[in-house]
Design a protein around this ligand. Structure first.
Ligand SMILES: [Fe+2]
Length: 308
């Protein structure tokens, strides 16, 4: 097998991040409505920050958006006088709308996602019958990360890893000794992300997860979702590579790819679609912006019938 340079670079960054001064400071913001965790990651030395996977509140019954989740992040950033360099998405989420452009307007930073978002735009652009004014080239974002791309948050080193499977475009971001793994793996007692959305692939997800789990055992993993788990009464979103390898109920060491694919595929058949999938994807493939208002000044979110 050819050398995985991007992963080697990520492992090097983790191993080099042993001092309190070069570990990122991380705050998780849990959104109970969608079970999503958004993060503010910052470098204590320079006060430079990244926001990962923010949430825009949405009440589907009323068709109304809200800013309470985004405001918590703005308050946190403002109180600490942080300067936001990055507003990053791990993928085009299917269960919540992104607040990335709202936050970017107020706090600055570059809006970034994985390069393969163009494939998600292609698939869902068709499903929503989006016109030619909807560009399927990722131009709604400031930067598209390729596997192995490096970036900085102040003096913290970071690398983007392409980890497809849940969607074709999923990325994980290794920042210092922490990895933000999006929807790949969940807490060890819960397992892994679903792979039944358009473009999802269980075999790919297994390989992406095993790739992440070959980072050093001490790597801190920060998850995008938590749903509790049988016997656990509290939400949790931080674990380590070593814990996952030892205990993850779907992908601990020793589980074969074929066994995982069979389990994942069977389980996905029983899952209902997330309540907000249609609004979320429609907005998130536009970089978190609502579709353009119609001639009455109102934006509409469409529901395709029998299309997914
Ligand atoms: Fe997701």
């Amino acid at each position: 097998m050819s050398e995985d340079r991007a992963l080697a670079q990520a492992a090097k960054i983790v191993r080099g991040s042993t001092e309190p001064t070069n570990k990122p400071t991380i705050a998780g913001f849990f959104d109970e409505a969608t079970h999503t965790i958004s993060y503010v990651v910052h470098d204590a030395a320079t006060s430079r920050a990244a926001i990962i996977d923010s949430v825009l509140d949405f009440d589907p019954a009323a068709g109304r958006i809200g800013y309470a989740s985004a405001t918590r992040i703005i308050d946190y950033v403002t109180e600490r006088d942080l300067r936001v360099d990055w507003v990053i998405e791990t993928h085009a989420h299917a269960d919540h709308l992104s607040a990335a452009p709202y936050l970017q307007d107020r706090l600055g930073g570059e809006l970034a996602i994985g390069r393969e978002i163009v494939r998600v735009q292609e698939v869902f652009g068709k499903i929503f019958n989006a016109g030619t004014d909807f560009q399927r080239d990722g131009s709604q974002f400031d930067l598209l990360f390729d596997d192995g791309d490096t970036f900085q948050i102040g003096s913290l080193e970071a690398v983007a890893l392409h980890v497809p499977g849940h969607t074709p475009a999923d990325m994980a971001y290794v920042i210092g000794d922490a990895a933000f793994v999006g929807d790949t793996i969940f807490m060890p007692d819960f397992g892994t992300a679903r792979t039944d959305f358009p473009g999802g692939d269980a075999r790919q997800l297994f390989r992406s997860i095993r790739r992440l789990l070959s980072l050093p055992g001490e790597t801190r993993l920060f998850l995008c979702h938590d749903y509790k788990a049988p016997g656990r009464e509290f939400y949790a979103w931080e674990t380590t590579v070593a814990e996952q390898r030892e205990r993850n109920v779907h992908v601990k060491d020793g589980v074969s790819e074929d066994d995982f694919v069979e389990m994942r595929t069977n389980r996905d058949r029983k899952l209902a679609m997330p309540e907000l999938i249609l609004p979320s994807v429609q907005v998130n493939i536009r970089g978190g912006r609502l579709p353009d208002p119609e001639d009455n000044g109102v934006s509409y979110i469409r529901i395709p019938v029998n299309a997914i």
